[in-house]
Ligand binder design. Structure first.
Ligand code: AMP
Ligand code: MG
Length: 334
């Protein structure tokens, strides 16, 4: 498939991409979380093409993106006052709310579930594209299934060129991690996937919040949580202490990178982030860059599980398969 690339997209490019969506074609577009692989959410055939382009398992539901709350009535059935409050407080933004699915949304979108995940992205290009298309757009992250989500135009091209009709450049994504996914049950907000809308932000607005159980073996409420995700080709490990001697013994003879807020100096590449938000923003792009350089071992410095740190730790656990260097640390090893 020929893929049209749109670096610095102008009005004309966005009109063209909106018309592609109306024709049932696939368009990769930037959002404030990660790049999305979009198709008309009202067309079963268009949505089927998303699963094929990504190699995504059919039982992993997609998030439907809408330009504004006026589209809620198209994609959902009656919504509760709590859901309405979530949208009014945190949308547009990196929050996906699980709602009752309207009959206009074909079952394939949500893997046959009676619900649908809905998000109103804040990125101006995403907003413009959705408004011009005038459609709800189903869009998972624009990576091949199981791989880290693209957070730059270049990463989106690497995974999706030849598989989609167009890719729109929006520069590096602001948050760099996928949206927070929540579900409201008995007036409580259950976080199914942590993201940039944090537990603390929800509590501050008076919501009672239930957190995801990272190590639970129960059937997950959010089907996507059971898949290995975000995995680069290199071996990835987590570490709390980054003890130099342990690291040296651990990565001897292998091309290694140590990534975090305070990685020690040693015979490895250091990737230093000034704070947790930058670490979250840059994690997936760092994986892509290190992979291109042929890095064999990536060691990720753990962060405190609060604020965005919770979402960052969730993705880093998945990328590493929850393997820790501190083999004797009972609190944190697998
Ligand atoms: P992605 O499209 O890659 O951002 O992944 C979407 C995430 O949202 C996955 O973890 C899905 O399992 C989750 N999700 C989407 N729709 C639903 C739904 N209706 N119910 C529960 N989880 C959902
Ligand atoms: Mg994804």
């Amino acid at each position: 498939m020929e893929t049209s690339l749109f670096p610095s997209p102008d009005e004309k490019a966005l009109h063209f991409c909106a018309s592609l969506l109306q024709e049932g074609r696939l368009v990769v577009f930037p959002t404030e979380t990660v790049y999305g692989l979009g198709a008309n959410a009202l067309s079963e055939k268009a949505v089927q093409a998303i699963f094929e382009a990504k190699g995504r398992p059919q039982d992993n539901p997609l998030i439907v993106h809408i330009p504004d709350i006026s589209f809620l009535s198209v994609v959902t059935e009656k919504i509760s006052p709590e859901v309405e409050r979530l949208f009014s407080l945190f949308s547009p933004g990196p929050l996906t709310v699980i709602c009752e699915r309207s009959s206009r949304i074909p079952p394939i979108v949500s893997a046959g579930l009676p619900t649908v995940g809905v998000r109103i992205p804040a990125h101006p290009l995403a907003h413009k594209l959705l408004t011009l298309a005038g459609l709800p757009v189903a869009a998972p992250s624009a990576n091949l299934s199981g791989r880290p989500s693209p957070t730059t135009f270049e990463m989106a091209i690497r995974d999706m060129k030849g598989r989609v009709d167009a890719i729109i450049d929006g520069g590096p994504c602001e948050h760099g991690l996928e949206s927070t996914v929540v579900m409201v049950k008995e007036n409580k907000v259950i976080i199914l996937r942590p993201g940039a809308i944090t537990e603390e932000m929800l509590r501050e607005k008076g919501f009672e919040v239930v957190l995801p159980e990272e190590k639970s073996h129960e059937r997950p409420l959010s089907p996507g949580m059971k898949y290995t995700h975000y995995r680069p080709h290199a071996e990835v490990y987590l570490s709390h202490h980054l003890d130099e001697k342990t690291l040296e013994a651990f990565c001897k003879g292998k091309k290694t990178a140590v990534v975090g807020i305070s990685p020690p100096v040693g015979p490895w590449e250091r990737v230093v982030f000034p704070d947790v938000a930058s670490y979250a923003r840059g994690l997936f792009a760092t994986f892509a860059r290190l992979e291109q350089q042929g890095t064999e071992v990536i060691i990720l410095q753990a962060v405190e599980e609060k604020g965005v740190g919770r979402a960052l730790m969730n993705r880093m656990r998945k990328a590493s398969g929850n393997r820790w260097i501190e083999a004797n640390d009972e609190t944190f090893s697998q």
